[in-house]
Design a protein around this ligand. Sequence first.
Ligand code: SAM
Length: 456
Amino acid sequence: MNMMQYELGMDMNTDCHDLGLIDALRHQLALHLGLHFSSERIPDLQRGIEKLALAQGYERDEDFLLKLLSSPLDKPRIQQLATHLTIGETYFFREPGLFDLLRHELLPFIMTQRRSERRIRLWSMGCSTGEEAYSLAILLDQILPPTEAWDALVLGMDVNPQALEKAETGVYGAWSFRNPPPGLREYYFDRRQEGDFSIHKHIRERVRFSYFNLADRAAPLLHGAADLILCRNVLMYFTPEAAHDAGRRLAHALKDDGYLLATPAEASLISGYGLDPLQMRGQVVHRKSDHEFDVVHKGMDVPQPLHVVTHRLKRRPGRDIDPDESHRTIVELANQGRVNEALIHCRRLVDSAPSNPEWHYLLATLLLEQGQPAAAVAALEHLLQLDSAFVMAHVMLGRLYRQELDHASSVRHLRAALEQLQQIEPDIVPVGSDGLTALRLKHMVESFLSTAEASS
Ligand SMILES: C[S@@+](CC[C@H](N)C(=O)[O-])C[C@H]1O[C@@H](n2cnc3c(N)ncnc32)[C@H](O)[C@@H]1O
C-alpha cells in the first residue's frame, strides 16, 4: 500500500466501492473544484468516471481511480475531471425575467454610473459553452447608444476547457435556442450550411473567454474589476464551504458598486462579504454595499426604462377566440419547445381574425422556428398585403431573402424597413421587435442593408 492509499484507507485487495475510492474522489472534487456529489448523484459520478477511464484507455474504473488518486491532482487532471463531471446545461437568454431586469433596469443604471469613463465589464462566471456571455453581449448591443463609443466587454469563465473551446467558436445548434426572444436568431446569427447558427462578428468581438477555477484559492481574481457578475447555476453544485468562499472571491472581484446575480436557489449561499441581497422584479440581486442605489431608486435620478410601446400583440376583435389568452398559450407552448402545437393554435388564431397582420407575423416566427422559411416568407408577404408598413415583416423578409440568396428582394425589403423606421420616433419599440427601439433597429437594418447591397 503506498502512502496515498494508506491515507485514503485503501487496501488493494478489496473492491473499488469498499475501498472508498468514490468517497476519496468526492473529497478531491470538493477540494479542487468545489463540487459536491451528494449520495443521490453518485451514479452520475460513476458514469462520468466510467467514460473518463475508458477515454484514458483503462479497462477498469478502479485502476483509473487508483492512478488518479495516487498523486496530487494537477491542472490537466482537474481539467479532465471538470470536462467529464460538471453539468454544462445552458441556453441563450435563459430565464427571461433576469434578462428583462438587466435590459430595463440594471444595465441602464450601471451605464449611468459609468457614463464618464464609458467602460463596462460584465462577467459570466461558469459560462459553460458561452450562451450566457453572448446573451449579455447582445443586451449590450441593444442598450449602448450607437452614437457613443463605449469600451464594453463580456468575460466568460469556466473550468471546463472543452466548453470554452465551443464557446470560442460562437456556433450553436437549435437546442441552445430553447427559449429565445423572438427574432434572436434572425438578428444575431447566420444559419450555416450545416444547419447550425454562427453568431455575428460584432457580438463575438465583445466577448472574451478564459479558463478559471472558482474553487482554486491560488487563482488570482482582479480586485474591483467587474461591474456585474452572473454566476448562475454554478454554486448550486458546490459544497456550502466552497460556495461561501466563491461568494467572497466574487465580491472581491466586483467594483465597489457592482452586482452579483445568482439564481434564487443559490442566493443564500453567497450572503455576507459586503454583499446585500435585494429583491428586484422577482430576482435576487446581490449588491456591494455603500452606494446610493436605494436613494436613486427612490426616484431621484434613475434612468427610466425605454419607452416601450409594447411588443405584446394588441387585442383585436375575432370570432369566439380570446386573442390575449390564445397569444399567451402560443408563446408558452413555443417556449416549451412545443412548436407544432403552438402552430396549430396560431393557425386557429389567424383563421379567427384573418385581417390582423400581427397574427400572421406570429405565424411566420413560428414557421421559422420550425425550420420552414418558405412558408414563413409566404406568411410575411401575405401580412404586407394587409399592412405594408409593418416594419418587422420587412426586416425579417430582408434577412430571409438574403439567406435564399435573392439579394434584390432582400435589398427591397430592407429599404422599405428603413423608410418606415425613418418615420417612427427613435425611442418607439415597433411591434415584434423584442424590445429594440426604432433607432437601434434602424442601425441594425442599415448594417444589414450595406451587406445586402454589396452582394447584389
Ligand atoms: C449549469 S452550467 C451554468 C451555465 C450558465 N451559467 C447558465 O446558468 O446557463 C455550470 C457551469 O459551471 C462550471 N463550473 C463548475 N465548477 C466550476 C468551478 N470550480 N469554476 C468555474 N466554473 C465551474 C461548469 O463547468 C459549467 O459549465
